[in-house]
Design a protein around this ligand. Structure first.
Ligand code: SAH
Ligand code: SF4
Ligand code: F3S
Length: 445
C-alpha cells in the first residue's frame, strides 16, 4: 500500500538533511513523498527553536493541520526537530491533534512509533538522547538527487553560548567516523552531487574516528577532495575558536574547498562576547580572519550577529559596527536577541528594550547590505566559475552558484545543470548575479 508523507522543514540546513533522512527511513514502510499536506497520510513538521518566532510558528501550523486532520480519516501528525526536543511535553498538551513527538536524536525510531499508533497504542513521545548513534541506523542510500547536497558530519554543541538553545536541543558534540562520511559522500557523487556542504552545529570541532587515529575537519576535507567528480566542498557552521592550523592549510591547499566561509562572530565587543560565553575576543576573530585570508587571498566571509544582548550598550554596539567596517563581509545574517527559556541569557539583568534592538538591527543591516551589494558589484566584468544546479527563474535560463555562494542566472540550456562553466558577470543586485556563458571557456560536462 502506498502512503504519502509530507515533511515541512524549518530552521537550518541540518534540518534539511534530517528531513531527507526521515523520508529515507519511511520509504520501506511504503511512504512516498507528498507535495501537499492535504494529500498526505502523515505530516511531519521538522521544527526550529532558535528564536521565539521560530518556536511559535509550530503552534499556528498545528492549528491549521488539526482542521485538516478532522476531515481526514487516519491522518497522522508528527512534530520533529528542535522544538519537539525542547517542548515535547508542552506540544503534547497544547496540541491534541499531534500523534508523534520525536527529537532529532530519535528519527530512526519513527517506523516503530508509527507502527505502535497503527496498533492503537495512542500518542508517542521520544526525546531521548539514545546511546545508539542515529547515524548507525538511519539509511543513507537516499534516492535524493541534487547537484548540491548537505552531509552531516558532526552534530550537537558543547559551547553553551548563553543565548543559544542548540546545546539543549541537539545534545553533546558528536562526530561521525570518517569512513561513514566518505562512503556517504561517494554515494551522493554517484547520484549526481557535484558539491557537498559538510554540516555540523560546530562543524570545525569535528574529531572523527579514522584509520590511524582521529581526523580533524582539515584532514576530512583532504580525503573528500580525492573523490573524482566532487567539484566543490563547503562546510558550515564553524566556530572561530575551532579554526585550527590544518583547516587553514586546507583552505590554501585544496582547490575544491570554496573560498567562502560562514564564520559567526555575534558581536564586536569583548564585554558582550564574554557575557555570551563565546570564548573568543573580537581580536581573536580578527586574527583568525587574517590567517585565513593569508592562506587563501580570495576568501570571502559571512557571519552571524546578535544585537541587543542583555547589557549591550551603545558603545558595545558601536564596537560591532567597527568590526564589520574593518572586516568586510560578503554576506551576513543578523538578529535581534531573542530571550530563550532555559538559557542563561534569559535570566540576565539589563534586557534591552525592543525599540533599541530595532534601531541597532536596522543600522547593522544597512551596513551589511551595503557591503554585500558592493562585493556583488565588484564581480561585474569578471569571469567566474558557476556550478549550475537548477532551472532559472525564466524559461531558457539556468541557475547556479558562484564560488562565493551567490545565486547566478544565465541564459542557457537546462543540460548545463550538474556542470560547471565560466560565466562573464554582467549585472549584480543585492542578492544575485547575472551574466553570460563565456563561450571560449564553456566546459564540457
Ligand atoms: N551552530 C551555529 C548556529 C547557531 S544558530 C553557530 O554556532 O554559529 C544560528 C545563529 O542564530 C547564531 O549564530 C546566532 O547568531 C543566532 N541565534 C542563536 N540564538 C539566538 C537568540 N537567542 N537570539 C537571537 N539570535 C540567536
Ligand atoms: Fe549555539 Fe554557540 Fe553552540 Fe553555536 S557555538 S550552536 S551559537 S551554543
Ligand atoms: Fe533551529 Fe535546531 Fe537548527 S534550533 S537552527 S533547527 S539546530
Amino acid at each position: 500500500m502506498t502512503r504519502r508523507v509530507y515533511i515541512k522543514t524549518y530552521g537550518c540546513q541540518m534540518n534539511v538533511y534530517d528531513s531527507q533522512r526521515m523520508a529515507d527511513v519511511l520509504k520501506p514502510l511504503g511512504y512516498a513523498p507528498s507535495e501537499t499536506p492535504e494529500a498526505a497520510d502523515l505530516v511531519i513538521l521538522n521544527t526550529c527553536h532558535i528564536r521565539e518566532k521560530a518556536g511559535e510558528k509550530v503552534y499556528s501550523e498545528l492549528g491549521r493541520l488539526a482542521k485538516l486532520k478532522a476531515d481526514k480519516d487516519g491522518m497522522m501528525i508528527a512534530v520533529a526537530g528542535c522544538t519537539a526536543q525542547a517542548e515535547g511535553e508542552e506540544i503534547v498538551r497544547r496540541a491534541p491533534s499531534v500523534d508523534i513527538v520525536v527529537g532529532p536524536q530519535a528519527y530512526h525510531r519513527l517506523p516503530q512509533m508509527i507502527a505502535e499508533i497503527h496498533r492503537g497504542a495512542g500518542r508517542a513521545l521520544d526525546t531521548d538522547f539514545p546511546a545508539l548513534d542515529k547515524f548507525d541506523v538511519l539509511p543513507c542510500e537516499s534516492g535524493q538527487q541534487g547537484v548540491a547536497q548537505f552531509l552531516t558530519v558532526q552534530e550537537g554543541c558543547d559551547k553553551f553560548c548563553t543565548f543559544c538553545v542548540v546545546p539543549y536541543t541537539r545534545g553533546a558534540e558528536y562526530s561521525r567516523p570518517a569512513q561513514a562520511i566518505l562512503d556517504e559522500a561517494r554515494r551522493m557523487v554517484a547520484g549526481g552531487a557535484r558539491e557537498i556542504t559538510l554540516l555540523g552545529q560546530n562543524v570545525n570541532a569535528y574529531r572523527g574516528a579514522a584509520a590511524g587515529g582521529t581526523w580533524g575537519l582539515g584532514r576530512l576535507i583532504r580525503a573528500l577532495a580525492e573523490i573524482e567528480d566532487l567539484r566543490r566542498i563547503r562546510y558550515t557552521t564553524s566556530h572561530p575558536r575551532d579554526v585550527d592550523d590544518d583547516l587553514i592549510a586546507a583552505h590554501r591547499d585544496v582547490p575544491q574547498l570554496m573560498p567562502f566561509l560562514h564564520l559567526p562572530v555575534q558581536s564586536g565587543s569583548d564585554r558582550v562576547l564574554t557575557a555570551m560565553n563565546r570564548k573568543h575576543t573580537a581580536d581573536d576573530y580578527r586574527r583568525v580572519v587574517d590567517r585565513l585570508r593569508a592562506a587563501r587571498a580570495d576568501l570571502q566571509l559571512s557571519s552571524d550577529f546578535i544585537v541587543g544582548f542583555p547589557g549591550e550598550t551603545d558603545a558595545d554596539f558601536e564596537a560591532t559596527m567597527a568590526l564589520v567596517r574593518e572586516t568586510v563581509f560578503a554576506q551576513a545574517f543578523s538578529f535581534k536577541y531573542s530571550r530563550r527559556p532555559g538559557t542563561p541569557g534569559a535570566a540576565m539583568p539589563k534586557q534591552i528594550a525592543e525599540d533599541a534592538k530595532d534601531a541597532r538591527l536596522q543600522a547593522l543591516q544597512e551596513l551589511l547590505i551595503a557591503q554585500q551589494t558592493r562585493f556583488n558589484r565588484s564581480l561585474v566584468g569578471t569571469t567566474i566559475q558557476v556550478l549550475f544546479d537548477k532551472p532559472g527563474r525564466h524559461a531558457g535560463q539556468v541557475g547556479g552558484r558562484s564560488p562565493f555562494l551567490q545565486a547566478v542566472h544565465v541564459d542557457g540550456p537546462t543540460e548545463l545543470i550538474g556542470t560547471m562553466a565560466e560565466v562573464e558577470i554582467e549585472a549584480a543586485s543585492q542578492n544575485s548575479l547575472s551574466g553570460r556563458l563565456a563561450p571560449a571557456h564553456a566546459e564540457a560536462a
